[in-house]
Design a protein around this ligand. Structure first.
Ligand SMILES: *[C@@H]1O[C@H](CO)[C@@H](O)[C@H](O)[C@H]1NC(C)=O
Ligand SMILES: *[C@@H]1O[C@H](CO)[C@@H](O)[C@H](O)[C@H]1NC(C)=O
Ligand SMILES: *[C@@H]1O[C@H](CO)[C@@H](O)[C@H](O)[C@H]1NC(C)=O
Length: 638
């Protein structure tokens, strides 16, 4: 009792003393990205409720990521390929003592006793348990309880502020504005059933026919405008390479539970297209209880994983593949979960995930994974392909920036991260665009870019098609069947140096017929995608049948496979993996590595979208790769 009253006296005095100097110099730090849909603000949070507050400290040297990445990734840099070590990364980005004391002093001056503060082991976060009343006063916020029709509840404030002089020392504060809307979805791959299975069968098993002359086109290549197979892709992109250094190489495919592959589907695909691989399985890397579940089956549960693994295995045979399966069956997972798993410094050093966006482990929900969070359980694979995304406008800029910096660090470590660019053209997931405030809205008319592809430290992969009636020897167009290649310009991220010439040239020479009300046309923001590959009519074995699959989801693992083969050749030659590839892709030396795509567009938001044209464009990027040429350029680098 005495202790309690003592605490009260201390707290009251502190508030009285600190009040006048505090409010006056607070500046807005973050406000909620998007108003909750289906959630009702039910009441103010009780003033004596205790909140587990965490103050994310700014890391040092974040502004130097681009420059440091450039030094190891630009073909003309003397330190090309000399990637950083994990310890270098920790040391370079650790928050400075100045940052730690600035935030500590602010909290103590505001009346929070120093003994209540805890600096996380990695120095990334300052943690404190504080009452709602204390926090509301401290950061000028108002907390409410929100209720969902399902009965679920969460707390959130609409915005919060910090003093001007500590602003630069804080990334973000939790729990505050970050609100759970939904977990990221796989890009909406679409399927069509394969009308005549007999036709496919003949194409596959017929084998090359001969009339005594040399046959250069196998029967399956005659139908690549209707059905894409491994052979179509090999012909389109001149892929003719057998891996030699598979034991040194690593290739990871991300899947978010409950999305899962079926071994019977892989075997059905292999039996038809790559017989030596029947029985081959990926190596499961279980992240936060991740399981390749088999209880729920069908296109929506198996389509993405089956597609990714069938094509990645087929194109890189005999390279083993790491399946980064993230999230348990109850809670699922998001991008920060796999990032934690491949970089222990991200979860321990930066302190953790955003409970509103990411799976939080151990999972408190019944039946959930109750083991510890998967933190640094494997080294980052040399290539990671992820065919998942969410609308950039559904996350806060601070959240996106923190995750984007992590992709930059993976690039510095020597990892290539590929994300598909989305399947709704210039619109967001499900064809939804942005309202005037920049958040997703059914009546919105502003283009809605995807995240994380807009992060300048990932390689964004768009989709093309073999135009109807054309062959693999004709130029492809932007994908305009079933899906439209995601592309456009970020509302968060600045134009990276490596892309400046390409984007400026596009906006100058082919100015799009839109205004700044539709997209940021200032020429100072990141454009995407970077590169593309076929995304229409993939023959995929899913849930026991062959179906045709469409989407940038097809394109990302195909480009990932090509980079994996390039890494193989480099490893076999005693060199390192290529890591972050964008500075090389956009360099003059690599210009002949692409088939420029100049037809088709990416409609959305009630417009025809952007139009593919000569040079880089925000539909197909630099174009589709010529693997042979790309390989020779990367192999020539140190
Ligand atoms: C906050 O309270 C929880 C529950 O009592 C405790 O586990 C945690 O260590 C406390 N955190 C701090 C920073 O004191
Ligand atoms: C476009 O981006 C630039 C650079 O981030 C920014 O200054 C400008 O306000 C943005 N324009 C619009 C219309 O959002
Ligand atoms: C790819 O480039 C090589 C030369 O580097 C060329 O022989 C080949 O025809 C090109 N492939 C395609 C599909 O254009």
């Amino acid at each position: 009792m005495r202790i309690l009253s003592c605490t009260w006296v201390v707290a009251l005095v502190a508030i009285v003393v600190a009040l006048p100097s505090r409010r006056s110099n607070l500046v807005l730090h973050e406000k909620r990205a998007m108003e909750p849909v289906d959630w009702v603000q039910s009441r103010k949070l009780e003033p004596d409720a205790v909140l587990p507050m965490r103050f994310g400290l700014s890391q040092s040297n974040l502004h130097r990521i681009e420059e440091m990445l450039h030094s190891v990734s630009h073909p003309s840099s003397p330190s090309y390929g000399k990637h950083f070590s994990p310890q270098n990364i920790v040391d370079i980005f650790a928050p400075s003592d100045e940052t730690i004391s600035a935030v500590t002093n602010w909290l103590v001056d505001s009346g929070i006793a120093k003994q209540r503060l805890r600096l996380s082991a990695s120095k990334g976060w300052i943690e404190v348990n504080a009452t709602t009343a204390e926090v509301e006063e401290l950061i000028d916020a108002e907390y409410h309880v929100y209720t969902h029709p399902s009965g679920a509840q969460q707390i959130s404030c609409h915005s919060y502020s910090v003093p001007e002089h500590v602003r630069e020392h804080i990334d973000l504060i939790q729990p505050t504005v970050h609100f759970l809307h939904r977990v990221p979805q796989p890009d909406q791959i679409q399927k069509r059933s394969l009308g005549e299975f007999g036709k496919l069968d003949a194409a596959i098993h017929g084998g090359p026919k001969t009339n005594g002359k040399q046959v250069t086109i196998t029967p399956s290549l005659e139908h690549c405008d209707e059905m894409i197979t491994l052979d179509c892709l090999r012909a389109l992109y001149s892929i003719d390479y057998t891996p030699q250094a598979t034991d040194k190489n690593t290739f990871g495919i991300l899947e978010l539970t409950p999305q899962a592959f079926l071994q019977s589907d892989l075997d059905m695909f292999f039996a038809n297209f790559s017989p030596s691989q029947v029985g081959t399985s990926p190596t499961l890397v279980s992240i936060d209880g991740g399981v390749a579940q088999t209880e729920q089956q069908g296109f929506n549960f198996n389509g993405e994983s089956d597609l990714d693994l069938e094509y990645a295995f087929g194109l890189t045979n005999p390279q083993p593949i790491l399946l980064l399966q993230a999230g348990d069956l109850v809670e699922g997972a998001s991008f920060n979960n796999w990032l934690d798993a491949v970089d222990g410094s991200y979860c321990t050093f930066e302190g953790g995930d955003d409970p509103t966006q990411d799976g939080i482990y151990p999972d408190p929900l019944p039946g959930g994974f109750d083991g510890p969070e998967s933190c640094g359980i494997i080294a980052p694979p040399f290539v990671v392909s992820a065919s998942y995304g969410q609308d950039e406008g559904s996350v806060t800029e601070a959240y996106a920036a923190r995750q984007c910096a992590e992709y930059g660090k993976l690039g510095m470590l020597g990892t290539t991260v590929l994300y598909s660019s989305g399947d709704d053209g210039v619109a967001g997931n499900g064809g939804i665009c942005l309202g005037p405030d920049g958040t997703p809205s059914r009546r919105g008319t502003r283009f809605s870019p995807d995240f994380p592809v807009t992060c300048p430290f990932v390689t964004a992969v768009g989709a093309t098609q073999v135009n109807p009636g054309s062959t693999v020897n004709d130029p492809e167009g932007a994908c305009e069947q079933v899906i439209f290649s995601g592309g456009g310009f970020s509302n968060f991220f600045a134009l990276p140096d490596y892309q400046a010439t390409a984007v400026t040239s596009f906006l100058t020479n082919h100015p799009p017929p839109f205004t700044s009300a539709q997209f940021n046309n200032s020429g100072t923001v990141r454009g995407f995608p970077d590169i593309s590959a076929n995304g229409a009519n993939y023959v995929v074995a899913v849930a026991g049948e062959f179906v045709l699959v469409f989407g940038t989801s097809c394109s990302a693992p195909v480009v990932g496979s090509m980079i994996t083969l390039i890494n193989d050749a480099r490893l076999a030659a005693g060199k390192g993996p290529v890591g972050f590839i964008n500075p090389a892709l956009y360099s003059d030396d690599f210009a002949d590595s692409f088939h420029d795509i100049t037809t088709g567009g990416n409609q959305g938001c009630g417009t025809p979208g952007f139009t593919a044209t000569e040079g880089w464009d925000p539909v197909t990027g630099l174009g589709t790769p010529n693997f042979t040429t790309l390989l020779s350029h990367f192999l020539a680098l140190p």
